[in-house]
Each structure stands twice: as C-alpha cells, then as structure tokens.
Write a protein that binds this ligand. Structure first.
Ligand code: SF4
Ligand code: SF4
Ligand code: SF4
Length: 250
C-alpha cells in the first residue's frame, strides 16, 4: 500500500523539531549527538536558521513572515520528473511512495536537480543529489517506523499512514495540495490547510523548471555541463554494454 506523509498546516507552529530530527536521523550537519547542552543549543539554532535545501537540509521551514510558514521537502511525486529524466535510472519511485536516489548508480549528471518542479534535489559535495528519502530506511522496517520528522513533531502536524487514510484526513480541509486530492498534484506528500496557499508563499509544481533546462542548453556553458555530463554517462553505458557483449562472446 502506498504511504503518505501529510502536513497539516493548521497545526504547525514552526518550531522546527522536524528539521532537527531529520538532521539527527540522517546524520547531517550540524550534528547534535554527543554534545553538551550549550553545543546542542547552538547546533539547534544553526539548524533552525536555514531556508533552503542543501546536502545538510533535506527539509526546512519556509517562512514568508512570522505567521506564515510551512515545511518544505521532496513531494515524492507519483510521476517524478527526477526519475523520468535520470539517464542512469539512479532514482526509483517505490510502491510505498518513496522516491529515493541510489548513489551507486548515480553518475552526477544533475538533471534531476534541474527538472524537479519543486526545486528539491541539490548536488552534494560528492556531486550526487541529496534530498528527503521519506525515511525509506525507517518505513521499510518491520514493524514500520514512521519518518523521523513525523515522530518528532510535538503538535502532531505531521502524519504518516496509508494514502487513502491521509486523503480522507485532508478532505476535511478547505485547501489541499498533493495526493491528487481535489485534482491537485499527484504525490505521496499532502498539504492540508485552512488558509489559501498563496498566503504562505507555497511553491506549487512549476513546469518552467524544465524549460530552464532547455534554456540552459541554449547557452554554451549550460550545453557543455549538461550534455557533457550526459555524454560521459552515455559513453560509460556504451562501454559497459560493449564489455558485457565481449564477455558473452568468449
Ligand atoms: S515539528 Fe511540527 S509543528 Fe514544528 S515546525 Fe515541524 S511540522 Fe511544524
Ligand atoms: S519533488 Fe522533485 S525530487 Fe521529489 S520526487 Fe518530485 S521531482 Fe523528484
Ligand atoms: S521523511 Fe525523513 S528524510 Fe524526509 S524530511 Fe522527514 S525526517 Fe527528513
């Protein structure tokens, strides 16, 4: 059964316990294990201060102003552009809903980061994309562990469960985005709100991010970096295939 992470914006207080828990579970910087109280306080402050995705931020609170904010993370789309456009099939959409990068297969081309309609993946220091995994390593355990951010949320603004159950929960709200509810975007992450999304600067799927890639192709640097990367991957795949054929002929 496909799972879903629901974000109930009417309950979110912006406390950022979720972002800290995400860092802790995924061992991202600033790490907060094995530190004294003062170091933990400083680390939490640093963790709170971010407002963009990075290889240390799989999720963050986008704050339009002191009253209007929301948790951002990968939407775990049903038909993910990142999966469709990866030349090495290094990103997989699993039946449980999670969209996960296999770093072993990734060749660092970076198309996923260019085509994501929500601007989610970022290329890490190792030139591999990083993003929220829907806590794949927790939700595939038996018994299932809910995502770290969900577990940490003191206001119960985050919920995790079967997608039908989450859709049912969301149906009580005036504004819903995700899960295909009310013909909105199809994804495993669902936002439910009582105030219009425009009021919180909510980022809906933007097709123009794909156009940006095409635009980049018009520029020599963009062409070289994107096509150069793709060409290298193509050559590697061709080389690997050729080797296999030769081995088969022996
Ligand atoms: S932990 Fe819950 S209440 Fe706090 S910011 Fe995250 S989603 Fe909002
Ligand atoms: S939000 Fe972006 S990175 Fe996440 S699944 Fe969708 S296309 Fe991929
Ligand atoms: S689901 Fe896991 S990886 Fe994604 S934001 Fe929550 S804690 Fe981080």
């Amino acid at each position: 059964m496909t799972k879903s992470l629901l974000i109930d914006l009417s309950k979110c207080t912006g406390c950022r316990s979720c972002t800290v828990a995400c860092k802790s579970w995924n061992k991202l910087e600033p790490r907060i294990e094995n530190r004294n109280q003062d170091e933990i306080r400083k680390a939490v402050e640093k963790a709170k201060g971010t407002d963009k995705f990075s290889d240390n931020e799989f999720t963050y609170i986008h704050e339009k102003d002191i009253r209007n904010f929301y948790k951002r993370q990968c939407m775990h789309c049903d038909d993910p552009q990142c999966v469709k456009n990866c030349p090495t099939h290094a990103i997989v959409k699993y039946d449980n809903g999670a969209v996960v990068v296999d770093k072993e297969k990734c060749e660092g081309v970076g198309l996923c980061a260019q085509v994501c309609p929500f601007g989610v993946p970022v290329m890490g220091e190792d030139k591999k994309p990083v993003k929220c995994t829907l806590c794949y390593d927790r939700i595939t355990q038996n018994p299932v562990l809910e995502p770290a951010c969900v577990k940490a949320c003191p206001s119960k603004a985050l919920k995790f469960g079967d997608i039908d159950e989450m859709k049912q929960y969301a149906s009580k709200y005036k504004y819903v985005y995700g899960g295909g509810v009310n013909d909105s975007y199809n994804s495993s992450v669902i936002y439910a709100s009582n105030i219009p999304f425009e009021e919180i600067d909510f980022k809906v799927a933007e097709v123009h991010n794909i156009a940006n890639v095409l635009d980049a192709i018009k520029h020599p640097v963009g062409v070289l970096s994107i096509l150069g990367g793709a060409a290298l991957v193509g050559l590697k795949i061709y080389g690997d295939r050729k080797k296999k054929v030769q081995e088969g002929e022996k």
